[in-house]
Design a protein around this ligand. Structure first.
Ligand SMILES: NC(=O)c1ccc[n+]([C@@H]2O[C@H](COP(=O)([O-])OP(=O)(O)OC[C@H]3O[C@@H](n4cnc5c(N)ncnc54)[C@H](O)[C@@H]3O)[C@@H](O)[C@H]2O)c1
Length: 249
Protein backbone atom coordinates (compact mmCIF):
# COMPACT_ATOMS: atom_id res chain seq x y z
CA UNK A 1 0.00 0.00 0.00
CA UNK A 2 1.29 3.42 -0.88
CA UNK A 3 1.06 5.61 2.24
CA UNK A 4 1.09 8.96 0.48
CA UNK A 5 -2.37 10.53 0.50
CA UNK A 6 -4.18 7.66 2.29
CA UNK A 7 -6.30 8.12 5.43
CA UNK A 8 -4.63 6.37 8.38
CA UNK A 9 -5.67 6.16 12.03
CA UNK A 10 -3.44 5.42 15.00
CA UNK A 11 -4.99 4.51 18.34
CA UNK A 12 -2.95 5.45 21.38
CA UNK A 13 -1.33 7.92 19.01
CA UNK A 14 -0.82 10.61 21.64
CA UNK A 15 2.14 8.86 23.28
CA UNK A 16 4.94 6.32 22.94
CA UNK A 17 4.74 3.77 20.13
CA UNK A 18 1.52 5.21 18.70
CA UNK A 19 2.95 8.72 18.57
CA UNK A 20 6.08 7.48 16.80
CA UNK A 21 3.88 5.67 14.27
CA UNK A 22 1.71 8.74 13.69
CA UNK A 23 4.91 10.73 13.09
CA UNK A 24 6.22 8.20 10.52
CA UNK A 25 2.87 8.04 8.73
CA UNK A 26 2.59 11.82 8.59
CA UNK A 27 6.18 11.98 7.28
CA UNK A 28 5.22 9.51 4.53
CA UNK A 29 2.39 11.81 3.42
CA UNK A 30 -0.59 9.99 4.96
CA UNK A 31 -3.53 11.97 6.37
CA UNK A 32 -3.26 10.84 9.99
CA UNK A 33 -5.92 10.76 12.69
CA UNK A 34 -4.74 10.22 16.25
CA UNK A 35 -7.35 8.40 18.32
CA UNK A 36 -6.72 8.67 22.05
CA UNK A 37 -8.40 9.51 25.33
CA UNK A 38 -9.74 13.05 25.79
CA UNK A 39 -7.35 13.41 28.74
CA UNK A 40 -4.31 12.61 26.55
CA UNK A 41 -1.92 14.99 24.78
CA UNK A 42 -3.63 14.08 21.48
CA UNK A 43 -4.69 17.60 20.49
CA UNK A 44 -1.19 19.02 21.10
CA UNK A 45 0.72 16.29 19.27
CA UNK A 46 -1.77 16.26 16.38
CA UNK A 47 -1.25 20.00 15.92
CA UNK A 48 2.52 19.47 15.90
CA UNK A 49 2.30 16.71 13.27
CA UNK A 50 -0.34 18.35 11.10
CA UNK A 51 -2.63 15.44 12.01
CA UNK A 52 -6.25 15.30 13.22
CA UNK A 53 -7.17 14.35 16.79
CA UNK A 54 -10.32 12.32 17.49
CA UNK A 55 -10.89 11.88 21.22
CA UNK A 56 -12.28 8.44 22.08
CA UNK A 57 -12.07 5.61 24.56
CA UNK A 58 -11.46 2.61 22.33
CA UNK A 59 -13.37 0.31 24.70
CA UNK A 60 -16.51 2.33 23.90
CA UNK A 61 -17.94 1.13 20.59
CA UNK A 62 -19.74 4.36 19.70
CA UNK A 63 -16.81 6.63 20.54
CA UNK A 64 -14.36 4.41 18.63
CA UNK A 65 -16.66 4.18 15.60
CA UNK A 66 -17.16 7.96 15.52
CA UNK A 67 -13.39 8.53 15.74
CA UNK A 68 -12.78 6.14 12.82
CA UNK A 69 -15.44 7.93 10.79
CA UNK A 70 -13.66 11.22 11.49
CA UNK A 71 -10.50 9.73 9.93
CA UNK A 72 -11.98 9.80 6.40
CA UNK A 73 -11.84 6.86 3.94
CA UNK A 74 -9.79 4.58 6.17
CA UNK A 75 -7.08 2.46 4.51
CA UNK A 76 -4.67 1.90 7.41
CA UNK A 77 -5.22 1.39 11.13
CA UNK A 78 -2.38 0.96 13.61
CA UNK A 79 -3.80 -0.02 16.98
CA UNK A 80 -1.43 0.86 19.83
CA UNK A 81 -3.79 1.78 22.71
CA UNK A 82 -3.17 -0.62 25.57
CA UNK A 83 -1.56 -0.96 28.96
CA UNK A 84 -0.04 -3.39 31.42
CA UNK A 85 -1.07 -4.46 34.91
CA UNK A 86 0.52 -6.24 37.85
CA UNK A 87 -1.58 -9.04 39.34
CA UNK A 88 -0.54 -12.43 40.71
CA UNK A 89 -2.71 -15.54 40.84
CA UNK A 90 -2.11 -15.62 44.59
CA UNK A 91 -0.96 -12.35 46.13
CA UNK A 92 1.90 -12.20 48.66
CA UNK A 93 -0.61 -12.00 51.54
CA UNK A 94 -2.27 -15.27 50.42
CA UNK A 95 -5.34 -13.62 48.91
CA UNK A 96 -6.43 -14.78 45.44
CA UNK A 97 -5.42 -12.35 42.71
CA UNK A 98 -8.00 -9.64 42.09
CA UNK A 99 -10.58 -10.21 39.34
CA UNK A 100 -11.44 -6.63 38.43
CA UNK A 101 -7.97 -5.53 37.19
CA UNK A 102 -7.80 -8.73 35.11
CA UNK A 103 -11.13 -7.89 33.49
CA UNK A 104 -10.04 -4.28 32.90
CA UNK A 105 -6.89 -5.31 31.03
CA UNK A 106 -8.78 -7.86 28.93
CA UNK A 107 -11.34 -5.18 28.11
CA UNK A 108 -8.76 -2.62 27.01
CA UNK A 109 -6.13 -4.80 25.33
CA UNK A 110 -8.16 -7.69 23.91
CA UNK A 111 -11.69 -6.42 23.41
CA UNK A 112 -10.17 -3.10 22.29
CA UNK A 113 -8.19 -4.97 19.61
CA UNK A 114 -11.31 -6.85 18.50
CA UNK A 115 -13.06 -3.47 18.23
CA UNK A 116 -10.16 -2.16 16.13
CA UNK A 117 -10.39 -5.16 13.80
CA UNK A 118 -14.15 -5.20 13.30
CA UNK A 119 -14.81 -1.44 13.25
CA UNK A 120 -11.71 -0.71 11.15
CA UNK A 121 -12.24 -3.54 8.66
CA UNK A 122 -15.94 -2.74 8.13
CA UNK A 123 -14.94 0.76 7.04
CA UNK A 124 -12.06 -0.42 4.80
CA UNK A 125 -14.35 -2.97 3.15
CA UNK A 126 -16.52 -0.13 1.78
CA UNK A 127 -13.75 1.15 -0.51
CA UNK A 128 -12.64 0.02 -3.95
CA UNK A 129 -9.43 -1.98 -3.90
CA UNK A 130 -6.27 -0.08 -4.86
CA UNK A 131 -3.40 -2.23 -6.22
CA UNK A 132 -5.37 -5.29 -5.11
CA UNK A 133 -6.04 -4.28 -1.51
CA UNK A 134 -8.63 -2.37 0.48
CA UNK A 135 -6.69 -1.82 3.67
CA UNK A 136 -4.37 -3.11 6.37
CA UNK A 137 -4.51 -3.27 10.16
CA UNK A 138 -1.54 -3.53 12.54
CA UNK A 139 -2.19 -4.67 16.12
CA UNK A 140 0.19 -4.39 19.06
CA UNK A 141 0.99 -7.39 21.24
CA UNK A 142 4.14 -7.77 23.36
CA UNK A 143 6.88 -10.32 23.93
CA UNK A 144 4.87 -11.01 27.10
CA UNK A 145 2.53 -12.91 24.76
CA UNK A 146 5.25 -15.59 24.59
CA UNK A 147 7.23 -15.16 27.84
CA UNK A 148 4.86 -13.80 30.45
CA UNK A 149 6.71 -12.73 33.56
CA UNK A 150 5.59 -13.11 37.16
CA UNK A 151 2.76 -10.66 37.76
CA UNK A 152 1.82 -10.38 34.06
CA UNK A 153 -1.04 -12.90 34.03
CA UNK A 154 -3.65 -10.43 32.73
CA UNK A 155 -1.29 -8.67 30.31
CA UNK A 156 -0.02 -11.99 28.92
CA UNK A 157 -3.55 -13.35 28.54
CA UNK A 158 -4.59 -10.27 26.56
CA UNK A 159 -1.46 -10.07 24.40
CA UNK A 160 -1.29 -13.77 23.53
CA UNK A 161 -4.95 -13.57 22.50
CA UNK A 162 -4.01 -10.73 20.11
CA UNK A 163 -1.31 -13.00 18.62
CA UNK A 164 -3.92 -15.75 18.31
CA UNK A 165 -6.40 -13.46 16.59
CA UNK A 166 -3.88 -12.29 13.98
CA UNK A 167 -3.93 -15.25 11.56
CA UNK A 168 -7.64 -15.80 12.16
CA UNK A 169 -8.42 -12.16 11.35
CA UNK A 170 -6.18 -12.24 8.25
CA UNK A 171 -8.05 -15.31 7.01
CA UNK A 172 -11.42 -13.82 7.90
CA UNK A 173 -10.67 -10.58 6.02
CA UNK A 174 -8.85 -12.15 3.04
CA UNK A 175 -11.99 -12.12 0.89
CA UNK A 176 -12.19 -8.36 1.50
CA UNK A 177 -8.52 -7.85 0.57
CA UNK A 178 -7.66 -6.47 4.02
CA UNK A 179 -4.43 -7.59 5.69
CA UNK A 180 -3.76 -7.99 9.42
CA UNK A 181 -0.38 -8.23 11.15
CA UNK A 182 0.79 -7.78 14.74
CA UNK A 183 3.98 -6.35 16.20
CA UNK A 184 5.20 -7.86 19.47
CA UNK A 185 7.62 -5.29 20.94
CA UNK A 186 10.27 -6.07 23.52
CA UNK A 187 11.34 -3.33 25.93
CA UNK A 188 10.76 -0.01 24.19
CA UNK A 189 11.93 3.39 25.38
CA UNK A 190 8.52 5.01 25.90
CA UNK A 191 7.44 7.53 28.59
CA UNK A 192 6.65 4.67 30.99
CA UNK A 193 10.30 3.58 31.05
CA UNK A 194 11.53 7.16 31.24
CA UNK A 195 10.45 7.11 34.87
CA UNK A 196 12.69 4.14 35.78
CA UNK A 197 15.79 4.46 38.01
CA UNK A 198 19.04 4.59 36.02
CA UNK A 199 20.34 1.27 37.46
CA UNK A 200 17.06 -0.53 36.61
CA UNK A 201 17.17 0.88 33.11
CA UNK A 202 20.80 -0.25 32.70
CA UNK A 203 19.95 -3.81 33.76
CA UNK A 204 17.05 -3.85 31.26
CA UNK A 205 19.45 -2.73 28.53
CA UNK A 206 21.94 -5.44 29.52
CA UNK A 207 19.22 -8.09 29.13
CA UNK A 208 18.90 -7.36 25.39
CA UNK A 209 21.34 -9.53 23.35
CA UNK A 210 21.88 -7.18 20.41
CA UNK A 211 21.70 -4.23 20.16
CA UNK A 212 22.27 -3.71 23.91
CA UNK A 213 19.72 -0.99 24.41
CA UNK A 214 15.98 -0.43 24.63
CA UNK A 215 13.99 -0.25 21.42
CA UNK A 216 13.31 3.16 19.93
CA UNK A 217 9.64 4.06 19.38
CA UNK A 218 10.69 5.20 15.88
CA UNK A 219 11.76 1.60 15.17
CA UNK A 220 8.22 0.48 15.97
CA UNK A 221 6.79 3.23 13.75
CA UNK A 222 9.08 2.19 10.91
CA UNK A 223 8.01 -1.46 11.18
CA UNK A 224 4.32 -0.51 11.30
CA UNK A 225 4.78 1.49 8.08
CA UNK A 226 6.77 -1.37 6.46
CA UNK A 227 3.91 -3.75 7.24
CA UNK A 228 1.36 -1.37 5.75
CA UNK A 229 3.52 -0.91 2.63
CA UNK A 230 4.39 -4.57 1.97
CA UNK A 231 1.39 -6.32 0.38
CA UNK A 232 2.77 -9.82 0.98
CA UNK A 233 2.99 -9.50 4.79
CA UNK A 234 -0.19 -10.94 6.25
CA UNK A 235 -1.38 -13.00 9.22
CA UNK A 236 1.98 -12.71 10.96
CA UNK A 237 3.22 -11.54 14.36
CA UNK A 238 6.67 -9.97 14.20
CA UNK A 239 8.82 -9.65 17.32
CA UNK A 240 10.68 -6.34 17.55
CA UNK A 241 12.96 -7.04 20.47
CA UNK A 242 16.74 -7.25 19.83
CA UNK A 243 16.42 -11.06 20.38
CA UNK A 244 15.38 -10.67 24.03
CA UNK A 245 13.68 -13.61 25.75
CA UNK A 246 12.14 -12.45 29.00
CA UNK A 247 13.19 -14.22 32.22
CA UNK A 248 10.55 -15.27 34.78
CA UNK A 249 10.98 -11.96 36.63
N1 LIG B 1 6.61 0.34 25.78
C1 LIG B 1 6.94 -0.93 25.75
O1 LIG B 1 8.03 -1.35 26.16
C2 LIG B 1 5.95 -1.94 25.21
C3 LIG B 1 6.36 -3.26 25.08
C4 LIG B 1 5.48 -4.20 24.57
C5 LIG B 1 4.20 -3.82 24.20
N2 LIG B 1 3.82 -2.52 24.35
C6 LIG B 1 2.45 -2.19 23.95
O2 LIG B 1 2.50 -1.10 23.06
C7 LIG B 1 1.31 -0.32 23.20
C8 LIG B 1 1.67 1.15 23.39
O3 LIG B 1 2.47 1.23 24.54
P1 LIG B 1 3.29 2.57 24.89
O4 LIG B 1 4.49 2.14 25.63
O5 LIG B 1 3.43 3.39 23.68
O6 LIG B 1 2.28 3.21 25.94
P2 LIG B 1 1.91 4.75 26.24
O7 LIG B 1 1.28 4.72 27.59
O8 LIG B 1 3.07 5.66 25.97
O9 LIG B 1 0.77 5.04 25.15
C9 LIG B 1 -0.47 4.39 25.19
C10 LIG B 1 -1.51 5.37 24.70
O10 LIG B 1 -2.77 4.66 24.69
C11 LIG B 1 -3.76 5.55 25.16
N3 LIG B 1 -4.89 4.81 25.72
C12 LIG B 1 -4.93 4.05 26.84
N4 LIG B 1 -6.16 3.58 27.04
C13 LIG B 1 -6.93 4.06 26.03
C14 LIG B 1 -8.31 3.91 25.69
N5 LIG B 1 -9.14 3.20 26.47
N6 LIG B 1 -8.76 4.54 24.59
C15 LIG B 1 -7.92 5.27 23.81
N7 LIG B 1 -6.61 5.43 24.07
C16 LIG B 1 -6.13 4.82 25.18
C17 LIG B 1 -3.06 6.36 26.25
O11 LIG B 1 -3.74 7.57 26.53
C18 LIG B 1 -1.68 6.58 25.62
O12 LIG B 1 -1.62 7.79 24.86
C19 LIG B 1 0.51 -0.96 24.33
O13 LIG B 1 -0.46 -1.82 23.78
C20 LIG B 1 1.56 -1.74 25.09
O14 LIG B 1 1.01 -2.85 25.76
C21 LIG B 1 4.65 -1.57 24.85
Amino acid sequence: MRLEGISAAVTGGASGLGLATARKLAGAGAAVTIIDLPTSQGAEVAAELGARFAAADITDEQQFAAALDAAGPLRALVHCAGRGARIRLVEKDGEPGALEPFEDVIKLNLIGSYNALRLGAARMAEHDAVDGERGAIVLTASVAAFEGQIGQIAYTASKSAIVGMTLCAARDLASKAIRVCTIAPGIMDTPLLGRLREDVRKSLEDSVPNPKRLGEPAEFGALACNILENPYLNGETIRLDGAIRMAPR
